[in-house]
Design a protein around this ligand. Sequence first.
Ligand code: HEC
Length: 130
Amino acid sequence: MIVRGLFLLVLPFTALQQPATPVPWMAPPEADAYQDPLAADTKATVRGEKVFTALCWTCHGITGQGDGPNATALKMRPATLASPAVQHQSNGALYWKVTHGRGEMASYKEVLTRDERWAVVHYLRTLASR
Ligand code: HEC
């Protein structure tokens, strides 16, 4: 009982600790130099679309606007993947973020193969024009 009481006290407190302005998320500089193994693969975008429509759109929205059906349940708004701020990052940096995750954005290192993670980065590029 005491433990449960403490938990209820701590929860609202941690919710108040969320920073008003999210801390920018930077991939380490070496990620920019990663060799993209799918650079010449013309099927990469199609493969990446399958990953995106299975795992990512529920938060990020089907066109990458950060407005998926699960977005409102999160403390942090999912990134607008179609935005210049995301699109200006290198493939390696985006691959690194999908691999490692941060906060409510999970790490996909164990969920997706290396090629699936690169493929979804290729698909993210198609969101730029929407
Ligand atoms: C549970 C909701 C959720 C799911 C599912 C999800 N994301 Fe995210 N994503 C987030 C949130 C929230 C952030 C912002 C994280 C932060 O800045 O701390 C984010 C951030 C990102 C970023 C970094 C954008 C930037 O600002 O540089 C990329 C890239 C990304 N997600 C891609 C994906 C991909 C690809 C998938 C599917 C494999 C995916 N996400 C699935 C919630 C989600």
